[in-house]
Design a protein around this ligand. Sequence first.
Ligand code: SF4
Ligand code: SF4
Length: 382
Amino acid sequence: MAVPFLKEMRLGAYLLKQKLAGRKRYPLVLMLEPLFRCNLACAGCGKIDYPDAILNRRMSVQECLEAVDECGAPMVAIPGGEPLIHKEIGEIVAGIVARKKFVSLCTNALLMEKKLHLFKPSPYLFFSVHLDGLKEHHDKSVCQEGVFDRAVSAIKAAKAKGFAVNVNCTIFDNHPAEEIAKFLDFCGELGVGVSISPGYAYERAPDQAHFLHRRNTKELFRGVFALRNGKRWNLMHSGLFLDFLAGNQEFHCTPWGMPTRNIFGWQKPCYLLGEGYTRTFKDLMETTDWDSYGTGRYEKCANCMAHCGYEPTAADAAFSNPLRAAWIALRGVRTDGPFAPEIALDDQRPAQYVFSEQVQQKLSEIRAAEARAKLEKAANAA
Ligand code: SF4
Ligand code: SF4
């Protein structure tokens, strides 16, 4: 219990500091993607569709730690790609822990047992294992048989060695509420907390048919929470975010709450959308046209209810209105009655498609850097 308490205390103190300083926009969690290469190819993934020259790039330890310092968020999530493929992942994590920042190391767990020796248990380190459901559902979701069993084995091995472990679960529309409830029961028996979120409709994910629309998301989560029946599911979210998923809160997203740094730079505007990059975190915060993003403003945001956009909103709402948060904690998430008003989509601006242009630009940079390195090598050898 000491770990979440320490985390809550630190995050609360950080939020208070930002409020007292009068800051309007501030990061809560840095999403650090040190590479895009993965050893799986999941149907709903929108992160790995790059040419090899880009998949082979890595952020160095120094670049990762500079990003952590530059951003200043109290927590760092390391997704990818698969971070355990990165040869220096142990040093990256150790450097962040040494800064007393919480690290959520996201992994599909295929390499986890083999690489546990690279890490030391710490109140600042959590493994966040990708599990989208029970065995049959998860293996289908990640398009490979046997992954669920390996992930569960790795979770048990990590827990036995004293590591804190939770799972992250992405929900698509082919997952019935009863199955999700059984999965949450299973995670309770396994002794792991669950971070749960509807999948964002990535434009480049291979499977475009199973992303949830906002109304389906709300109905599905109401169905799941109605099956809770007093069970102690350890959902790693604020009550207000869960209440939002069930359609009871009228929230707008907070894209700067979980800023993303990857091999392209600082990503505009959020972890889910790559609509441009800046060299520094300061530039990201100052030059992004934040008001042009979010549901009702931009077509690509129409169905987003993902935790990385809305958990910071919920955290801010809980801080500004602790009574509202306490009331939900007391009565639980409402699973019937009217839904909160939905945001109108009539005035949203149309989607812009910038992916190919960004990839071309990055490839040109990589080729230019390789040509320079070749010239330098030849000059040194001469
Ligand atoms: S494990 Fe994660 S990064 Fe890898 S393909 Fe699946 S969703 Fe994408
Ligand atoms: S709604 Fe917000 S968090 Fe979601 S994709 Fe759009 S900008 Fe990002």
